[in-house]
Ligand binder design. Sequence first.
Ligand SMILES: O=c1ccn([C@@H]2O[C@H](COP(=O)(O)O)[C@@H](O)[C@H]2O)c(=O)[nH]1
Ligand code: PPV
Ligand code: MG
Length: 210
Amino acid sequence: MVKKVHVLDHPLIQHKLTIIRDKNTGPKEFRELVDEISTLMAYELTRNLALQVVTIETPIKKMNAKKLSGKKIGIVPIMRAGLGMVNGITRMIPVAKVGHIGLYRDPETLKAIEYYVKLPTDIQGRELIVVDPMLATGGSASAAIQALKDRGAVNIKFLCLIAVQEGIDAIHKDHPEVDIFTASIDQGLNDKSYIIPGFGDAGDRLFGTK
Ligand SMILES: O=c1ccn([C@@H]2O[C@H](COP(=O)(O)O)[C@@H](O)[C@H]2O)c(=O)[nH]1
Ligand SMILES: O=P(O)(O)OP(=O)(O)O
Ligand SMILES: [Mg+2]
């Protein structure tokens, strides 16, 4: 299977990403920009959504026009950091349902530890977008995707702001069919498996916890 990574290099996305990378950007601006970047990324990600032709009547005359063909979408943030991306996406796709997967990365083993799962009941029939700002070792994303598959999901995409090759390889090894969308592929991981240069701990920067 072809490895599917899409780098969303729209200038507005890249500009805003540069601002949130800056260590002097505080939580308020960080949150606002993650929200805006997520909206822009959702726009790019949904480029291939299926359309159907419907007949409507304008004030002038009847016409055949295009409408989304009722595709059911689900957004699944990996908590905590993925929460910062939800509103930006649902602004573009207001009918999307939102599921939540709570995972934290054990600081010693780096293993993703699951602490919460709450999903729409009909995930089997939905196109799911798993979101987390950072794809580092890939442990969290892979575990979240597996949690969805264990509950019957079949159509899954992964959206992040920054990825590294190691995380991309981990998803492709465990879930070769999953498309990955990112705004950047960074250099690598440091000795604590933080992304270099990245923007630090996404959860802490969003919620001001450090
Ligand atoms: O630079 C980083 C790296 C990771 N995170 C957080 O960890 C997980 C992803 O790490 P994996 O190793 O891919 O499991 C992600 O949920 C981030 O919240 C980070 O914030 N900054
Ligand atoms: O993946 P982590 O451990 O950084 O979790 P959180 O998003 O809660 O900071
Ligand atoms: Mg964190």
